[in-house]
Design a binder for this molecule. Sequence first.
Ligand code: FAD
Length: 512
Amino acid sequence: MNQDARVVGGGHGHAVVIGSSIAGLTAARALAHFMDRVTVIERDRLPRGPGRRRGLPQARHTHSLMTAARQGLEQLFPGIGEELLRAGAVHVRIPQDTLLLGPAGWLPRFDTDLSMLSTGRDLLDAAIRDRLRADPKVTFLTEHDVVALEPGPQDTVTGVWARGRDRTAPDGRTPRRLIRADFVVDASGRASRAPQWLTELGYEPPAQSLAGTPTAYATALYAPPIGHVADWKSLTLMAAPGDPRTGLLHPVEGGRWSVSLGNADGTAPPADHAELLRAAGALRSPLLHDLLAAATPLGPVYRCGPVTSRWRHYEKLRRWPDQFLVVGDAFVALDPAHGHGMTLAVHGALVLDHLLTAHGTAVGISHRLRRALAHRLAPAWRAATTAQPAPPETPAPLRARLAGGYAARIAAAATTDRHAATLLLQWQQALAPPAAALRPHALRAALRPRRDPAPTAWPPSATHGQDAARRRRPAAPAAPVIGVATVSRRTRPAGSSAHWPAPAPAGDRNRP
Ligand SMILES: Cc1cc2nc3c(=O)[nH]c(=O)nc-3n(C[C@H](O)[C@H](O)[C@H](O)COP(=O)(O)OP(=O)(O)OC[C@H]3O[C@@H](n4cnc5c(N)ncnc54)[C@H](O)[C@@H]3O)c2cc1C
């Protein structure tokens, strides 16, 4: 146990945060700006530096910190982006540095203000944790499981009950003990037991909305082929109408690739590298398969899911204990395909920071906090649920169907129109203001008569596109094809290793 009873002046008392993942850590930072002290209670033992832990199984899967998440994190922890880059995280401009196969074809590559910071989750969490460990107001109480809330008079919460680990005890845990608090934040993730805790205290549990089709993921790390050179950094194969499978290749620290396949067709995700390679071969473009066939697997294939998007409507509950808040995945959890989970967590902390400072007290603020959080999370929920078909048992309402149809037209136009491509990407990152969809260039792009679907075989890349393959086509038809830029499963002899050519001249790159 590592608890410190220090009280630093300020007059707002003690806050408890349940869970030390991204929502809990960022909420703790926001609370530390305001409260006298903050205790983060975590059921896991926390590693020093980047390290695996049981409570965060999704850390093995590809994670990207999208534009809004990175900006928000910078507000809470100034300089953290640079710190992560120094530790090996990779800055990827979108779509400039990305080969992105959208629902209707490859997107052109051009400059926008969108980007992602691609890093292993363990590195990201360790960097944030270390910042908090250096904050004298913040204390971590590890290997403790919060099991209940302590009610106070007149609809308040005055603490939490927790049990620690004790190998000598018959059930391996210490007896319950009360940790008093003036403000409690539940950031315990998808498996949050807040609905049960509230019910035990006589409150209604929240209604919940589910959206999208349950999606399962498989992820593995790879070392790129020796000598790999490319004019792109990451590869994204999005789902398309009638084909819910996705593929991602993101660069992470240590010069490695983190590769994830998603499938929403109800089949089990790949369990080993052979299965993963086969599944990659069934995607809409052969490129990911071909890259993996030439790369070296590092460690096992991890599986997760199926998961879906879920909103627990805490904001709608009329009766609610004051000084208690639910944030992060515990409140709204999105299908990981959208890459918004961490953005929502960071934005939740910013809402908390802003309202506590504006209100001047943590008392009597819970209703406003829940409403403000819901308001901030709604665009990401809309973006995620518009992009995904509704489950068959809950047919989408007319408004959602119209929005889906419009989104499909924008996706089709995005293969040739930069405005449409930018809008598609902003939707994906939940950054588009609602009016953006109705701006003249978006409307023009959506209303333009549709052409035949764009071809999906060749990405806009000088090193891995059609021209690269054509340039390197051997003069003599019988010559063996080894060392081509785009290693096609149709041309590469089985078992051969790929050799990647130098990039094309800059002027040749990034052609739409
Ligand atoms: C396959 C996959 C890929 C993803 N990719 C991305 C991505 O690219 N970009 C992105 O933004 N998001 C991504 N996400 C989503 C992201 O992982 C989550 O949104 C984010 O981790 C949620 O953070 P959280 O703090 O709310 O909850 P969690 O990360 O689930 O953390 C909950 C914490 O609470 C602790 N805890 C639980 N119960 C208790 C208790 N009773 N007492 C004490 N401690 C407790 C747990 O040990 C854990 O540390 C992905 C998710 C998955 C599954």
